[in-house]
Ligand binder design. Structure first.
Ligand code: NAP
Length: 346
């Protein structure tokens, strides 16, 4: 790509977990120039001082984090801020950025009452954001403002979409989502000594990703199943594993279910269907996706029971990688540019 076509990008909130990860991906993106990194409390420090895993990158490690009001003109700003912050600083960002990709939840929900409940600061904002999942949303058009999905929401969508798209299951589904500790951001109040060696409930009911999943399923499949969504906290820095329990509609065969998964993700470079898992390690798992922009999905059927599973890295496919994938699509680049397809193990 000629230099004049390189995309000028900014990461707003680069001292946070998703912002740091977005900077990591963009620093090695062949068609992007990372021109600005913002921080609030950490402004003035280098990104390598805040995120030691970035300190040895030759261009990125020594770059200073700047206050947001120094934002220069950019093609794309990645907003990686705590929920409720972008609604306050959107005028400043919109004045400088051609397009804004929001990783926070502020503008995911269309329903006013749900927005008031889960994202109260967003109500006063007039700008419309398009909700975008690269695998399901068909037209990004010339949208200036885009809101990316929640990490547990999108993992759940990957596990559920083929079942509902082809109307294969009864409309009552239980979704059990488990997430690693980076999911709550750098400012979480939980002491590591209490998180380590533990596995606990996070939200049995009322998680804000539940209305998002319902809304997205209605938009992408035309169905609005009854959904019971509970979340759990894992003692892992990264990773989400979602398990969905449903009942096949009468007459639906295992083969139909398997075919629905294969066809839903055919040609989708970042959602990998585990077609015939037999051993436990053949199923989607966190170790197979951490560090990559991949989601793994699979379904197991016995009698009328369907158990569908998805795994992804909350900071990559659940956040920064999803955002870079979206930027690629917006800017007419190859969807996969600059995105890792192998995990880090063991
Ligand atoms: N973590 C995940 O797995 C994940 C996945 C998907 C989506 N998300 C969403 O992405 C957003 C960011 O999450 P995160 O985990 O990266 O959060 P985080 O680690 O807490 O980072 C937040 C960032 O925002 C900056 N910031 C805070 N208040 C600000 C203000 N008033 N003005 C300007 N900058 C401000 C912080 O700067 P200082 O630290 O320098 O103050 C930091 O860089 C959240 O809304 C979250 O819901 C998170």
């Amino acid at each position: 790509m000629a230099d004049e076509r390189r995309v000028r990008v900014a990461v707003i909130g680069a001292s946070g977990y998703t912002g740091g990860e977005t900077a990591r991906l963009l620093a090695d993106h062949p068609d992007a120039d990372l021109v600005f990194l913002s921080a609030e409390r950490h402004a003035g420090q280098t990104i390598g001082a805040v995120h030691p895993w970035l300190r040895n990158h030759p261009d990125l490690g020594g770059r200073k984090l700047r206050p947001l009001d120094e934002l220069p003109e950019v093609d794309v700003a990645f907003a990686c801020l705590p929920g409720g912050t972008l609604p306050q600083v959107l005028p400043l960002i919109a004045a400088k950025a051609e397009r804004v990709l929001n990783l926070a939840g502020d503008f995911r929900l269309a329903d006013r009452a749900e927005t008031r409940r889960h994202y109260p600061a967003s109500e006063a904002v007039d700008e419309k954001f398009a909700y975008f999942v690269p695998e399901f949303s068909t037209d990004l058009g010339a949208e200036r403002f885009v809101n990316l999905p929640g990490c547990m929401a999108v993992a759940s969508l990957y596990a559920l979409y083929p079942l509902l798209c082809d109307d294969l299951v009864e409309p009552r589904i239980v979704v059990d989502a488990k997430t690693g500790s980076s999911g709550s951001g750098k400012g979480t109040g939980e002491h590591p000594a209490e998180r380590a060696g533990n596995f606990r409930v996070h939200r049995p009911h009322g998680h804000r990703h539940a209305p998002e999943i319902r809304q997205a399923l209605a938009e992408y499949t035309g169905l609005e199943p009854e959904l019971q969504f509970s979340t759990h906290s894992l003692d892992l820095p990264r990773g989400i594993l979602v398990t969905c329990y449903s009942q096949l509609r009468e007459g639906v065969s295992t083969l139909e279910v398997k075919r629905a998964f294969a066809s839903a993700y055919a040609g989708k470079p970042f959602v990998k269907v585990r077609t015939a898992p037999k051993r436990p390690q053949d199923f989607p798992m966190i170790k197979a996706v951490v560090g990559s922009n991949l989601a793994e999905v699979a379904v197991s059927v016995q009698g009328t029971e369907a158990v569908s599973v998805a795994a992804l890295d909350n900071l990559v496919k659940g956040a920064a990688g999803q955002a870079v994938q979206t930027m690629n699509l917006m800017m007419g680049l190859d969807e996969s540019t600059g995105l890792p397809t192998t995990a880090v193990g063991p």
